[in-house]
Each structure stands twice: as structure tokens, then as C-alpha cells.
Design a protein around this ligand. Structure first.
Ligand code: NAP
Length: 272
């Protein structure tokens, strides 16, 4: 039986580690790395493919999260080659460095556009293929920075965590955060003070919506925090290796009878 896994942002860091784990697991016939730089994607795929532990056909395809045309061409390529996806791991993500001079307002849209809106749009495009999968799973690499209580307003906390939150309501909330940031009033309006944190909080909320809506299609949807890892994103300050951090995404992607709508951290189900 074929089993197809897609990992976004897999040319380096945690995504590379996730792809290595999946390729070596013996559970997948095909592991596809979605990478925005074709050359670095091809190099990463070759490295994983040539490792003695590899047991899958590993290759890369161009994918820029946040670029709808790129989402569509990636979807088309997978549809033509495989007709389904069994596991999608949304790992691609970005964070401005602390030392970056871009003002808070200027960091808001680019962060939300990749970590939340782009990831959301890409997942929605891929869903028809995931519904064709067997024992299909989606894992969103979020972060502990997406914790619910960063929202100063209890009312906002209960809106984001409502079990009846819809995709439209979630987008309206995120757009309100963005406009409050632009107007310099996000603190008075009860939001947290982190664009990255909000992007990951919204991704966690989306995970729970997909988990609810896709249960009927037998798809489990979970999210995770890889932990503080030694990658380019953290300027290599994190103590955990990307290979080790990757396990937080690999566990819900490969475990027997996975839960759905959960947040994995430190290799187990944790609280939001
Ligand atoms: P990283 O080393 O910076 O790698 C990020 C990966 O995402 C790279 O492959 C990058 O591609 C790709 N990427 C970024 N923006 C993209 C876009 N618009 N389209 C396509 N690919 C894009 O970071 P990492 O530490 O491995 O992070 C992986 C995930 O874990 C992220 O979602 C991050 O938020 C999350 N996370 C990391 C930590 C940590 O301690 N490292 C902690 C919590 C959560 P390029 O190489 O082309 O830039």
C-alpha cells in the first residue's frame, strides 16, 4: 500500500528532521518536501534519500506558503502524481529576530500571512487530497508561544477556545487583531503583545476547527510545539536538536489511534 506524506518547510531545521523521521519510519512510500527554494529543497531531499536509514521515495517540490499560485501548483503536482495525501505536516513558519529593526506594526502582516493565513489557505487547498488518504492526518507545527492566556481579555480567550468557533469567526478575530495593531490599540483591545504568538494561537484554534469538521472524514488534526530547538529561527540558541523537536510532530503523524484536536508538547498531549 502506498502512503504519502508532505512536509512543508522541510529543507532545513525541524521540517528536515520531520522528513528524515518519516522517511526512515518504514510507514511511507513517498515523502515530499515542500520548499520555497528549489535548489535547497532538492539538496535536502537527496540527503534524506541517500541516508542508510531511508525507506521511502523522497523528493521535493516548490512551495511558498502564503502564495496562492504556489499552493495551487503544489496541489496539482501531488494530485497528478499521487491522487491523495495521507499525512500533511504544516511545518513552514517564520519569526522576526528580536534584533530586527522592523517595527511591531510592520511585522504583523508578514507573520500572520505565513504562519496562519498562508498555512490555512494551503491546508484548505490540500484537504480534498487528504480526504482521499487512508487513516489521514494533519499536524500543524505551532508553538508554546501560541498559549491562550497571552490574550489579556478573557472574552477573547473564550471566543478563540469556543468549541463552536467557525473558520469565518476565526478569520474575523485575526483580522481584528491585525487592524488593532495597525491602529496602535491592540493592548487596550485585550490582545497579547506578540505577532508570532498570535499567529500560532490562531493556528492552534484552526487545528481544533479542522479536527471537529474533518472527524466525519476520518482525518485526525493535531498541532504541536517542537520545543526550543537549535535552528536558524532561534539563531541556534535552543538546546533541543531539530531531530528531537521533530518528534512532537512525528508522534501524532505516526502513532496508532491518534487523538484529534490536541496540542502535543514534550512528546505528549498537553494543554493550550
Ligand atoms: P527554520 O530553521 O527557520 O526553518 C523554517 C523552514 O520554513 C525553512 O525551511 C523555511 O524555508 C520555511 N519557510 C519559512 N517561510 C516559508 C514560506 N513562506 N514558504 C515556504 N517555506 C517557508 O525554523 P525551525 O526552527 O525549523 O521552525 C520550524 C517550525 O517550528 C516553524 O513553524 C516554527 O515557528 C516552529 N517552532 C520552532 C521552534 C524552535 O525553537 N526552533 C519553537 C517553536 C515552534 P527557507 O529555508 O527558504 O527560509
Amino acid at each position: 500500500m502506498t502512503r504519502v506524506a508532505v512536509v512543508t518547510g522541510a529543507n532545513k531545521g525541524i521540517g528536515f528532521g520531520i522528513a528524515q523521521h518519516l522517511a526512515g519510519s518504514g510507514m511511507f512510500s513517498d515523502v515530499i518536501l515542500g520548499c520555497r527554494d528549489e535548489q535547497r529543497g532538492a539538496l535536502a531531499a537527496r540527503e534524506i534519500a541517500n541516508a542508510p536509514s531511508n525507506r521511502a521515495f523522497v523528493y521535493s517540490l516548490p512551495l511558498t506558503i502564503g502564495d496562492r499560485a504556489s499552493h495551487s501548483s503544489f496541489h496539482k503536482a501531488i494530485e497528478e502524481r499521487h491522487g491523495k495525501v495521507d499525512v500533511l505536516i504544516n511545518n513552514a513558519g517564520m519569526a522576526f529576530k528580536n534584533a530586527d529593526p522592523t517595527p511591531f506594526k510592520g511585522q504583523c502582516k508578514p507573520t500572520l500571512d505565513v504562519n496562519f493565513k498562508g498555512t490555512f489557505d494551503f491546508t484548505e487547498q490540500m484537504l480534498p487530497l487528504i480526504r482521499q488518504g487512508h487513516d489521514a492526518r494533519i499536524v500543524n507545527v505551532a508553538s508554546g508561544s501560541g498559549y491562550l492566556s497571552q490574550l489579556r481579555s478573557k472574552e477573547l480567550q473564550s471566543k478563540f477556545s469556543s468549541p463552536s468557533l467557525t473558520k469565518e469567526e476565526l478569520f474575523a478575530l485575526v483580522n481584528k487583531f491585525e487592524s488593532d495593531v495597525m491602529n496602535g490599540q491592540h493592548i487596550e483591545e485585550g490582545w497579547g503583545n506578540s505577532n508570532y504568538g498570535m499567529s500560532k494561537l490562531a493556528l492552534i484554534a484552526a487545528t481544533k476547527i479542522w479536527a471537529r469538521e474533518e472527524a466525519i472524514n476520518g482525518i485526525s488534526v493535531n498541532c504541536c510545539c517542537p520545543g526550543y530547538c537549535d535552528t536558524d529561527m532561534t539563531s541556534h540558541k535552543g538546546p533541543r536538536s531539530p531531530w528531537e523537536g521533530a518528534k512532537n510532530a512525528v508522534i501524532p503523524a505516526t502513532m496508532d489511534s491518534p487523538p484529534s484536536g490536541e496540542f502535543f508538547s514534550d512528546f505528549r498531549v498537553s494543554t493550550w
